[in-house]
Ligand binder design. Sequence first.
Ligand code: ADP
Length: 421
Amino acid sequence: MSLYLGLDFGTSGARSLVLDRSGTIHFQANYPFTNCSSVAEWQTALMSLIEQIPQPLRSQICAIAIDGTSSTVLLCNSDGQPVAEPILYNDARAIVVLDQVRAIVPPNHTVLSATSSFAKLIWSSQQPDFSSVRYFLHQADWLAFLLHGQLGISDYHNSLKLGYDVERLCYPDWIEALPFRDLLPRVVAPGTPIAEIDSTIADQVGLPRNCIVCAGTTDSIAAFLASGVKTPGEAVTSLGSTLVLKLVSQTRVEDSRYGIYSHRLGDLWLVGGASNTGGAVLRHFFSDAELADLSQQIPVHQESPLNYYPLLRPGDRFPVNDPHLLPWLEPRPDDRGAFLHGLLESIARIEAEGYRLLQSSGANELKRVYTAGGGAVNQPWSVIRERHLKVPVRRSRQTEAAYGTAQLAMPSSNLIPKLTA
Ligand code: ADP
């Protein structure tokens, strides 16, 4: 049997998942990080996750893909050794070079943020150890290198925030003109077979020598891919700590005012936006058990009159772009069920407003919403959301990023609609 291995490097740990072509999961495992910025620990996690796979399954793995957190980057020397600690996805040290970034890139470009890979590149270029750097890589690129031994290769999901032009499939002129342009990776489509695994590594970890290592993706796109959604008008809402919307569209939409940007999905686009509201606010007031219990008692067909903007701290970008927007959680009824009803109803209103904004900005008309994240289990909430969204709301069958990444490793999995060109 041919098996496919997906490795997901998320914010708090790494996971593995072994899949066959029919979508059956044969094995999965977890590796929680003690220090998520230690490349030594990433490497240990990678090898340990592979070695945990029972040998009879391991020997049947014919392809591997890896996803990593978007905009987690590292600078490597000519041997692929990191010359400094990686700069993590949420590290905003590059805020000090944002004016310089603004002077290089076109107005309102996606990379105009202190946490973008491009801003991190500009910041890094001004550090003393930069002269020894030969490769600027994303987390997923570097981890794949550990397996296939090829340096300087990335995919167009990880490279979006580096400024790669995912429409024309090339680096734009303003990147080509950089004096350190040579450090940037060659970019291929996610899932592209790169090379057979290095034979020494293969023997060391018990993988077949002809196992192919494929180009990866980012952790959030991998979680989207797991849902299997790929038809224009279908969307995935992630109800995790925050509220993240992703809508499959024939049109690309970019609007940095609202943090709306599009990932390429073959010949389609994945238009997304993220709000700071979501499960973190629910968790602030309710335990998960209480959420499950109280939700069952909510009269879901009745609209709650409570109209909140649930935030833990001021500021949101999507669908309301106001860095000073105040959390709005008043009036608070004594009845905790009524309070929860108001919160769920208000988050559902914000979600619906988000999809309206994506559509009015040019994305396809919303037809169906799948749900991932901790809130996906809440059936009463789905009924409330369906009332606002006015389209069917379903739970995603699969939500594990590692599942999407394992699928990415399958040849002609049709996961990413093929380029028609
Ligand atoms: P993260 O974005 O941190 O990975 P998860 O996808 O693990 O988040 O989801 C965790 C969130 O799910 C928590 O913030 C929690 O409040 C929320 N959650 C858990 N159970 C429920 C439930 N039954 N209804 C709504 N939200 C829930």
